[in-house]
Design a protein around this ligand. Sequence first.
Ligand code: ATP
Ligand code: MG
Length: 251
Amino acid sequence: MDNILEVKNLNCIFNKGRKTQVNALKDVSFELKAGECLGIIGESGSGKSTSARIITRLVKASDGEVVIDGRSSSDISNKELYKIVQMVFQTPVESFNPRVKLGDGVGESLRNNGVSKSETKERVEKLLVECGLPKEYYDKYPHEVSGGECQRAAIARALANEPKILICDEATSSLDVTVQKEIIALLNGIREKRGSDISIMFISHDIALVQQFCDKVVVMNKGQVVEKGDANEIIMNSKEDYTKKLIASVL
Ligand SMILES: Nc1ncnc2c1ncn2[C@@H]1O[C@H](COP(=O)(O)OP(=O)(O)OP(=O)(O)O)[C@@H](O)[C@H]1O
Ligand SMILES: [Mg+2]
């Protein structure tokens, strides 16, 4: 299987040279194979979101390279990158404009890419249904739906451009356990349907969930990769003290 994403020796320094300097990433490398789901675990502040933000270009790395589908990310335009990599965040309601109907929010990027109004509507309704929402939810506003439903709409929006990589940064953390399970079932369905056409980077504090959902895992501590490999193997059988402590503190 080919790597859809390679993160190579990333370094990220915030507030360089100031008293508040943070070395958020130190020589971080990991890879995601096409069709795989890669979990990223590590305590708060270990650099998980910073890694995701560098991949999606919300943050610039101080050093290192991101390779997407065999091409250096620096050769990929913002517009193209947006189509290839999409992110789902922790707080779905905040990620939608409160004054825009959910369906229009989900279809915004399609419209921006020149898809006609009627085709956008058709495609958005299909996406909503795929994500477990009635197509009538097109006309609802973000505050009119539950957190779980809004996260479904956020996933529909992320899928609109058929991205190759979906990054979920604590995407289930604000939801109760039952809804979390439903969202994981939805993500599993998306994986089943798309096979090697979609790969997921799943950032979570919930190690049991990562073990269940992910094929591989990267463990981070203070901006560094502590270990990486098969999710079951690392979570059940880690030889690293840091990972053992991390697992003991949350399981
Ligand atoms: N824009 C920024 N400016 C300055 N420091 C930052 C910035 N973004 C992140 N940091 C710092 O970089 C480090 C890594 O943060 P990051 O958000 O990547 O951690 P995380 O692993 O996602 O944590 P959490 O589990 O709490 O979400 C932290 O020390 C954080 O304070
Ligand atoms: Mg984070």
